[in-house]
Design a protein around this ligand. Structure first.
Ligand SMILES: Nc1ncnc2c1ncn2[C@@H]1O[C@H](COP(=O)(O)OP(=O)(O)OP(=O)(O)O)[C@@H](O)[C@H]1O
Length: 356
């Protein structure tokens, strides 16, 4: 692994418990990783520890075969000596410097000609070739964030860290810039780790995504796996729309099946070890529930939200369980109406039933 975090913990001086607890993850050279999770779960603290801005309580960080932090051995390479580029939410450009001067900031030690050439390259890279002589206040938020990225990439950092880089931009621009940033990182072969509270942004930019909760990393995986094979109940509820329904694991002649309010589902992939009673809960995603007039399972529409190409229906089954369903928006049913539904899923994910 190019970046390897091994069981790292971070604890602030006056805090009762660590902000980051025993987190391990790895990025290969050129990979982009994202950390998502609720406010206060430790994303920024983890990023700061990798940057060298916080000391580790335990564990170690290895970057490009160099141990930059190791709590047990007392190793802590200073932030400036790690060659890590950083981009923050609030751009943090120097207001009294031109765009070119901002980008050249990390290039001291190089000749004026080399600096000019690198600045021009970076401006081309972020699509702002004509902006060299302008000042930050003369640029839009999205342009300023692109300059911040150009400034961070100019010295060819060994790693790029970004903390909520798009969150002060409006939503349209955010999506566009997220895709542009991914393209720039891939074009330059940059290894990057970024923090966001927006999972769609993480899906758009990252190759691998970590879900954090209470300082712990609950899963580090590709977006597809987070959604379809969530490792924990928390990941299942944090990523995407879905509900947990009471179910029962039964083992028949064809292997294990799950008895659910929507009928018998086959091929569970993530079974909890069934207790003697087989009681469990099954994750039902909104896109696992299909509207089908011929289905014997009926559900009553309790609420609906128009999403353009589809509705998100909240449905109540005859058993009293609530489920969510994405239904193409030309099926416009009224609230209170009963419709036929069936489960159509490739991955049946179950969890042990919560004890009340
Ligand atoms: N300098 C600090 N001193 C003491 N406690 C801190 C400090 N910085 C963060 N914390 C605490 O550490 C925990 C993790 O905070 P952190 O900022 O890493 O979370 P986060 O996931 O990035 O949150 P957000 O999404 O709200 O930015 C929180 O409980 C926070 O209050």
């Amino acid at each position: 692994m190019y970046l390897h975090l091994d069981q790292i913990s971070v604890q602030y001086a006056a805090a009762a418990r660590p902000a980051v607890q025993h987190v391990s993850l790895g990025l290969r050279r050129g990979q982009v990783g994202a950390l998502i999770g609720p406010s206060g779960c430790g994303k920024t603290s983890l990023l700061r520890a990798v940057a060298g801005l916080e000391r580790l309580k335990s564990g170690k960080v290895v970057l490009d075969q160099r141990t930059v932090s190791d709590a047990a051995l007392g190793v802590h390479v200073d932030a400036e000596a790690r060659r890590i580029g950083m981009v923050f939410q609030d751009y943090a450009l120097f207001p009294h410097m031109t765009v070119a001067q901002n980008i050249a900031f990390g290039l001291h030690g190089q000749s004026a000609a080399a600096q000019r050439e690198r600045v021009a390259q970076m401006l081309d890279l972020v699509g702002l070739g004509g902006a060299a002589k302008r000042y930050p206040h003369q640029l839009s938020g999205g342009q300023q964030q692109r300059i911040a990225l150009a400034r961070a990439l100019a010295p060819q950092p060994s790693l790029l860290l970004m903390d909520e880089p798009f969150s002060s931009l409006d939503i349209d621009l955010r999506e566009r810039l997220a895709q542009e940033v991914r393209a720039i990182l891939k074009q330059t072969g940059t290894t990057a780790l970024f923090v966001t509270h927006d999972q769609l942004e993480a899906f758009a930019v990252a190759d691998v995504i970590g879900v954090m909760n209470h300082g712990q990393l609950e899963q580090w995986d590709e977006a597809y796996a987070l959604y379809h094979r969530p490792a924990t109940r928390f990941v299942a509820s944090f990523v995407g729309h879905g509900v947990f329904a009471q179910a029962e694991l039964v083992v028949g002649a064809d292997g294990p099946q799950v008895r659910t309010p929507l009928g018998l589902l086959s091929d569970p992939i993530e079974c909890p070890l069934p207790g003697n009673d087989g009681l469990c809960e099954v994750l039902l995603r909104a896109d696992d529930i299909v509207h089908d007039d011929d289905s014997p399972v009926r559900a009553q529409i309790q609420a609906k939200a128009f999403r353009g190409s589809e509705f998100l229906y909240t449905l109540k089954l005859a058993s009293g369980e609530q489920v969510l369903a994405h239904v193409p928006s030309h099926h416009d049913h009224a609230i209170g109406e009963w419709i036929g539904v069936r489960a159509e899923m490739d991955h049946v994910v179950t969890f042990p039933r919560l004890v009340a």
